[in-house]
Write a protein that binds this ligand. Structure first.
Ligand code: NAD
Length: 494
């Protein structure tokens, strides 16, 4: 069985004294193992990053940008190879994995424009003979901690901008599908990134805690579940670091009575069951407004029996397995609980039988869900769609705004006025108007509100430049020939 090690100073590293299994979710077999870094190994990676960062910071911006142009080329040409790695450890179907790679490339394209992003500001003659300008300087070494569900895209959300800003990075990918991160680090190296600027340490809480507690780490980017995001935020900020910690979600899709029903049904099926519901922007609650509910539920029910569920490597599969056996069983427990709590289980996918030991489940649809049910309250992160029926637009907005999560939401309507009002009213970070998964393009930033994000800064795009740099403001006066005057008062520009 092969062992995935760490990647430090441009080479495989680590003793692999302690390892964790990496499964192929389609077969259920532990086909690889990954080294779990010790505190000492993480500290070594940080020391390597700190040293490499000094030289990287002094490289010219144009040379830095070259790395991203070359990286884009590598990722584009070898996207299929990378997608296959994702499928072999995550389980998602190959077309979905390729989609993830292409969304990750957007972050590389954004980073390639670093010269533009790092420009400062200047004001001339703020006082007589005095000018002011600002510059953006790197924070130093950045820790990036990522979840299993997007093993390429989420690391690129962080790493591309952090490196573009002149930082070095220690990336701790999910221990469930770590190979893609190692592949990315090698691709950066091939693109010309100096060794030590991007390091990957594998492992679990031991590695994460070593990153959070190190005084050499200037900023922490985290994406994962809400309880862990909250604890990462608290521990890292208590240690004086800037932190962005993106958490879980419960995304509602509102369907107004005037919506295009076929379009809404198609969107709901794609967004709820794509990637087996293991997306932070998956639609998990359908909010049916008024009398459209029966048609919506029937439209979805009649089509989900046809979904082809199988190994991600089979081009015929539309949905792959879940990430682990335990997670599949947990998803099933929510469907069982929904029935016990009075929900109408229209389709129970957990009863569908599959050959072999893969972590497969069918898709489930639950109608008449209410806010007191567990299936509504928790992030399930599986192919389970709940339908909540409400009487009015106002009730839909109230429902969503009362939810503790605020990652993404969508409204399906033909009425521009309703759509505009929704955009204004809704307390959620990313909104789709007839778009079910509104993940912003790379030139914007991504982030939820409430329990979906701890910290002040959204991730990738323009906000990432602020997060990964410290601004310095310089006030300048050059000696002219006027004699200097002694003045102990606070300097005034008037
Ligand atoms: P997770 O929280 O279990 O793990 C995320 C990372 O934290 C991993 O690297 C893991 O090794 C590490 N980790 C786990 N437990 C830890 C602990 N006790 N202490 C320190 N580190 C720990 O999340 P996951 O299951 O890998 O990913 C799924 C979750 O991520 C879902 O909740 C999903 O909504 C969320 N997610 C959010 C976004 C977003 O942008 N908001 C994007 C993708 C995924």
């Amino acid at each position: 069985m092969s062992t995935i090690r760490h990647f430090i100073a441009g080479t495989d590293a680590g003793a692999a004294d302690r390892t964790l299994p990496v499964y192929d979710p389609a077969t259920g077999e532990a086909h690889r193992q990954v080294a779990a870094a010790s505190t000492a190994e993480v500290e070594h990676a940080i020391a390597v990053a700190k040293e490499a960062q000094r030289a990287w910071r002094s490289s010219s911006l144009v040379k830095r940008a070259d790395v991203f142009f070359r990286l884009r080329q590598i990722l584009t040409e070898r996207a299929d190879e990378l997608a296959a790695i994702v499928t072999s450890e995550h389980g998602k179907v190959l077309s979905d994995a390729a989609g993830e790679v292409s969304r990750g490339i957007e972050n590389v394209e954004f980073a390639a424009g670093l010269l533009h992003h790092l420009k400062g500001e200047r004001a001339e003659q703020v006082s007589r003979g005095v000018d002011v300008h600002s510059v953006k300087q790197p924070v130093g070494v950045v820790a990036c901690i990522t979840p299993f569900n997007f093993p390429v895209m989420v690391p690129l959300w962080m790493v591309a901008s952090a490196i573009a800003c002149g930082n070095a990075v220690v990336l701790k990918p999910s221990e469930k599908d770590p190979s893609a991160a190692i592949w990315l680090a090698r691709a950066f190296q091939e693109a010309g990134l100096p060794d030590g600027v991007l390091n990957v340490v594998n492992g679990d809480k031991v590695a994460v805690d070593a990153l959070l507690d190190s005084m050499e780490i200037g900023a922490v980017s985290f994406v994962g579940s809400t309880p862990i995001a909250r604890s990462i935020y608290e521990r890292a900020s208590a240690n004086g670091k800037r932190v962005q910690a993106l958490g879980g979600a419960k995304n509602h899709m509102v369907v107004m009575p005037d919506a295009d029903i076929d379009g809404a049904v198609t969107a709901a099926i794609s967004a709820a069951y794509g990637s087996a519901g293991e997306r932070c922007m998956a639609v998990s609650v359908l909010v049916a407004v008024g009398d459209i509910a029966d048609d919506l539920v029937e439209g979805i029910r009649s089509r989900i029996g046809e979904l082809r569920i199988g190994p991600g490597t089979d081009p015929a599969s539309e949905m792959g397995p879940l990430i682990t056996r335990e997670h599949r069983d947990k998803v099933a427990s929510y469907v069982a609980a929904a029935a016990a709590e009075g929900g109408t289980v229209v389709v129970d996918g957990t009863q569908r039988a599959f050959e072999g030991d893969g972590f497969f489940t069918g898709v489930s649809l639950i109608d008449n869900v209410t806010t007191d049910m567990k299936v509504y309250q928790d992030e399930i992160f599986g192919p389970v769609l709940s339908v909540v029926r409400v009487n009015s637009y106002e009730a839909a907005v109230e429902l969503i705004n009362a939810n503790r999560f605020g990652n993404g939401t969508a409204i399906f309507t033909r009425d521009g006025g309703t759509a505009r009002q929704f955009e204004y009213d809704i307390e959620v970070g990313m909104v789709g108007i007839n778009v079910p998964i509104p993940v912003p393009v790379g030139a914007f930033s991504f982030g939820g509100w409430k329990d979906s994000l701890f910290g002040d800064s959204h991730i990738y795009g323009p906000e990432s430049i602020g997060f990964y740099t410290r601004s310095k403001v310089v006030t300048t006066r050059w000696p002219d020939h006027t004699p200097a005057q002694l003045d102990l008062g606070f300097p005034s520009n008037h």
